[in-house]
Design a binder for this molecule. Structure first.
Ligand code: ATP
Length: 428
């Protein structure tokens, strides 16, 4: 694992972004928990995605579907037959490897001989019902988007939407990945953000280009180094797909997929019509034409984006580590300090300012150690602004606001501090 990746994993744990799941029991491979700072940052990026999707585009609405669905869904989707990863097992040490990850013909662990690859289905099975022997076997969803196809007709009926329109969802997905690795990059439980855009077949190529460009520019707006984002055209398309392009980020372990933009044709609604016996075709209210809409999908990983944003933001400078996250993404926006923690009048004033800001923006209070240590601590978690209450504050009711990225400081009147922070935040 690369040096920077190791540093991010360690910082993420130490500062409360991401913890290994079930650590006191030795951990569970491929599962992570988000800590107090991680959950704030994750909510921020999910909110940015949701707002962008549902408020900056016409005709996009959301759902929040269940993790477990009827087992036939996974027959119809093709996951039971073909959601497989070829795996190679070593005849000597019996370790298993994802065949596509191998760059040698022998076992990377012991150099033993590898058996011929076998296919493993990566859906996660579960059972519902209480009586042994009468339980129904189903699956935790292998991809979140299936709920959107299942609810497509209901959404259409509830809201009388006209094609083209989109349904979005953010939700968990589960895959028995053979080799979970690279921290949040390949997990067994993860979160996806999906748009399924329903269009007339004659318009689908146009919408594919539209959504691809839209999604790339959205990702570029989040990252400090947009030049690390690139597109990768799929050469080998799934048999039903008409086009597929990955949006990739340049990580220390190579360019990796962050989101897939797919032209899925009428495969999904066609299959669900066939397997459920319900006709999911659409009737144009004006021309009365009946057709199965084509689907353009944008399916991205919340956790991968989260991880790549940490990699993107991480900077080591002479005497500090700083996460140069865009302020809208930072878990904490402002930290308030009294210059000295043993001066009650400074502490009291700093607490007042903390309580004034807290309902509007995520604010921290710190009176430990000296000012230098507090700046260090906030820089390391990406807090864009630090506010210090000093003796001048007690005279003229102004505070020092210090910028994370260049360390510059200005004085701001306490009375206008909240508006100052909110206006800076809205510009990022
Ligand atoms: P990969 O080829 O890396 O396995 P995929 O093509 O199977 O990914 P999709 O099925 O298109 O991925 O899922 C959409 C998005 O979900 C991906 O772009 C990725 O961001 C995220 N994702 C997929 N698998 C995982 C995983 N195991 N852990 C974390 N995120 C994942």
């Amino acid at each position: 694992m690369s040096d920077v990746t190791e540093k991010i994993i360690s910082l993420a744990k130490r500062r409360g972004f991401v913890y290994p799941n079930s650590e006191i029991y030795g951990g569970l491979q491929g599962f992570y928990d988000f800590g107090p700072l991680g959950v704030e940052m994750k909510i921020n990026i999910k909110r940015l995605w949701w707002e962008n999707m549902t408020r900056s585009h016409d005709n996009v609405v959301g759902i929040d579907g269940a993790i477990i669905t009827h087992p036939s869904v996974w027959e119809a989707s093709g996951h039971i037959k073909s959601f497989t990863d070829p795996m190679s097992q070593c005849n000597n040490c019996h370790k298993r490897f994802k065949t596509e990850d191998l760059d040698t013909e022998t076992c990377p662990s012991c150099s033993g001989i590898l058996a011929l690859p076998k296919a493993f289905n990566i859906l996660v099975k579960t059972e519902i019902g209480t009586i042994e022997g009468e339980k129904t076997t189903t699956f935790l969803r292998g991809e979140a988007c299936q709920n959107i196809y299942l609810d497509y007709q209901n959404v259409l009926d509830s809201l009388h939407l006209k094609i083209p329109f989109g349904i979005v969802q953010i939700g968990k997905a589960f895959r028995n990945e053979i080799t979970p690795k690279n921290f949040l990059f390949r997990q067994r439980e993860f979160e996806q953000w999906d748009l399924q855009w329903f269009t007339h077949p004659s318009q689908s190529a146009h919408w594919f280009t539209y959504w691809l460009e839209d999604r790339v520019s959205w990702y570029k707006s989040l990252f400090q180094n947009p030049d690390r984002i690139r597109l990768k055209q799929h050469e080998n398309l799934a048999h039903y797909a008409k086009n597929a392009v990955d949006i990739e980020y340049e990580t220390p372990f190579g360019y990796k997929e962050m989101e897939g933009v797919h032209h899925r044709g009428d495969w999904d609604l066609g299959r669900h019509s066939e397997f459920s016996g319900k006709d999911l075709s659409y009737i144009d209210p004006i021309s009365k034409e009946r057709f199965l809409p084509h689907i353009i999908e944008t399916s991205g990983g919340v956790d991968r984006t989260f991880f790549f944003l940490l990699l993107d933001a991480y900077h080591e400078e002479k005497d500090r580590v700083v996460l140069k996250l865009k302020p809208q993404i930072s878990p904490i926006k402002v930290a308030v300090f009294p210059l000295l923690s043993n001066k009650p009048e400074l502490v009291k004033k700093a607490e007042e300012i903390f309580r004034m800001l807290r309902p509007s923006v995520k604010t921290a209070f710190d009176d430990r150690g000296n000012i230098g240590k507090r700046y260090y601590s906030q820089d390391e978690i990406g807090t864009p602004w630090c506010v210090t209450v000093d003796f001048t504050t007690l005279e003229d009711d102004t505070v020092t606001v210090r910028e994370r990225d260049d360390g510059s400081q200005i004085r701001v009147a306490t009375i206008s501090l909240k508006d100052y922070i909110l206006s800076r935040l809205s510009l990022t």
